[in-house]
Design a binder for this molecule. Structure first.
Ligand SMILES: Nc1ncnc2c1ncn2[C@@H]1O[C@H](COP(=O)(O)OP(=O)(O)OP(=O)(O)O)[C@@H](O)[C@H]1O
Ligand SMILES: [Mg+2]
Length: 457
């Protein structure tokens, strides 16, 4: 692939010189003396580097620079300035020019700068390509689920992605919170920017602070070099604060300040840094309850909870289970073997009726385990892990979950609820049929559905 350079200068002599020097080095040069036409050319052609004169009639080099930075941020811009007009060059650098050369320049000077710009351009384009791949991998279209609660969640994701509002994603462990955070980022206008995540649980308070805010060289023993924090790295993109409920009290204060002032300092630093980020936080805790217990700051809670997306547990959207199973079969199978393999309808029924305390992640693990451990094309009930096929075990674990003082009533209710769910699944969620299976009236079934808070579509 040849390297394309667009040169813009109102002086035709200069265009000719540049065309010759660069052409001899093997670059493909398009030389235009009309800046307006040059901007049009950018829209239609692949350009790797732009070289532009500063002072031109009509559109100035500065405007060209701004246009490229805004519309083609991956294309480096080299500015040419007349001898002595350093101020303009400095200004251009501040506005994001890659470099400047003052006229008259030597061939070597020009070629060195172009070569560096070309290298940057290549890596910027590679990053852009990788990000597009990420969009493809993590966009909302990758979220599996057709149940009413999931459709609601997806609607929220699409709506909220367009805004810059802070989002708090809540939901039990394994419900897909991280997946949703990524879907928001990769369907937002910032999708070409970075998605940076921080797990607030995995690090101790001190380490976490320098992870988030960065540190200056020498700010503590071991800080041998300046390090940018995740807040800075997320500039122009999304910062995902996972397990936000685990944030220590002192970091809660610091985070609140950043959210209020949209600025911070690195640890041990005094320079205030401003960043443009969209914040998404996730928690499997009931944050409001943490606030009531005074474990989590109320002011921070309200700052984070601008938009709340609550992910329903899998047991409340059972109709998504067969879809997810198919999705994971496809994802986990090698060499298209999934075409030949499937779960027997009976086995799928068991999967659909199970409680899934570990939610989607647990389902994914179970599908994987079945694929690995069973050699059969059709995976049957006998291939399922015991916690799923063994209803005895389910009821036993339900008993184990009860407090020391066993309550017969509670246990029976659990069993009754489980039976009702099995019947619903078996009857394809047709309530009349489920009632028939259970040998009760439809109205009694409906009463019990309400009582046990069972979703029946
Ligand atoms: N709707 C979905 N479609 C496809 N895959 C999903 C869906 N929801 C969850 N998953 C998958 O389930 C697994 C768990 O999801 P994720 O890590 O996002 O959950 P989480 O809520 O962040 O869990 P935790 O609270 O334990 O961190 C991942 O492998 C994810 O790809
Ligand atoms: Mg997670």
């Amino acid at each position: 692939m040849s390297s394309q350079i667009l040169v813009i200068d109102d002086e035709k002599n200069y265009l000719l010189i540049l065309e010759t020097i660069l052409g001899e080095e093997g670059y493909e040069v398009t030389a235009l003396n009309d800046p307006e036409m040059a901007l049009g050319y950018l829209d239609e052609s692949e350009v790797d580097v732009v070289i532009t004169d500063m002072k031109m009639p009509g559109i100035s080099g500065h405007q060209v620079l701004e246009h490229v930075r805004k519309n083609y941020p991956h294309i480096p811009v080299l500015i040419m300035t007349a001898y002595g007009s350093i101020d303009g060059a400095v200004e251009a650098m501040k506005c994001g020019a890659f470099d400047y050369i003052s006229k008259p320049f030597s061939n070597d000077e020009l070629l060195l700068s172009v070569k560096k710009a070309m290298m940057l351009s290549r890596s910027e384009q590679e990053i852009l390509l990788l990000r597009r791949t990420l969009v493809e991998q993590h966009g909302p279209h990758k979220l599996v689920g057709k149940s009413r609660p999931m459709r609601e969640v997806l609607k929220m994701v699409t709506r909220v992605a367009q805004s810059k509002s802070t989002v708090l994603i809540s939901g039990e462990s394994g419900t897909g919170k991280e997946l949703i955070a990524k879907a928001i980022h990769y369907s937002s206008p910032r999708r070409d920017g970075p998605f940076i995540s921080v797990n607030c649980m995995s690090l101790s308070s001190g380490v976490l602070e320098s992870e988030i805010f960065g540190h200056e060289k020498g700010s503590f023993t071991g800080a041998t070099a300046m390090k940018k924090g995740r807040f800075e790295l997320a500039h122009g993109g999304t910062l995902f604060l996972d397990e936000i409920g685990e944030l220590s009290p002192d970091l809660q204060v610091k985070l609140l300040r950043v959210l209020q002032e949209k600025a911070f300092e690195r640890v041990g630093g005094s320079r205030t840094i401003h960043v443009d980020i969209r914040l998404v936080a996730a928690t499997n805790k009931d944050l409001k309850a943490e606030v009531d217990k005074a474990v989590f700051r109320e002011d921070l809670y309200y700052r984070l909870n601008v938009v709340n997306i609550n992910l329903p547990p899998l047991r409340e959207r059972r109709e998504d289970i067969p879809l997810l199973v198919a999705h994971f079969m496809q994802k986990l199978s090698v060499n298209n073997e999934h075409n030949a393999r499937k779960f027997a309808p009976e086995a799928l029924e068991y999967l659909s009726a199970y409680e899934w305390p570990g939610n989607v992640r647990q389902l994914e693990n179970v599908v994987e385990r079945c694929l690995v451990l069973s050699a059969r094309d059709t995976i049957g009930v006998e291939d399922l892990p015991s916690e799923i096929k063994d209803e005895e075990a389910q009821f036993k674990s339900a008993v184990d979950l009860l407090p020391i003082r066993l309550e017969l009533a509670g246990t029976l209710e659990k069993i009754e609820a489980a039976l009702i769910r099995r019947a619903l699944v078996k009857s394809g969620f047709v309530q009349v049929k489920a009632a028939e299976l259970l040998n009760i009236s439809k109205s009694l079934l409906q009463y019990k559905l309400k009582k046990y808070n069972i979703q029946a579509r």
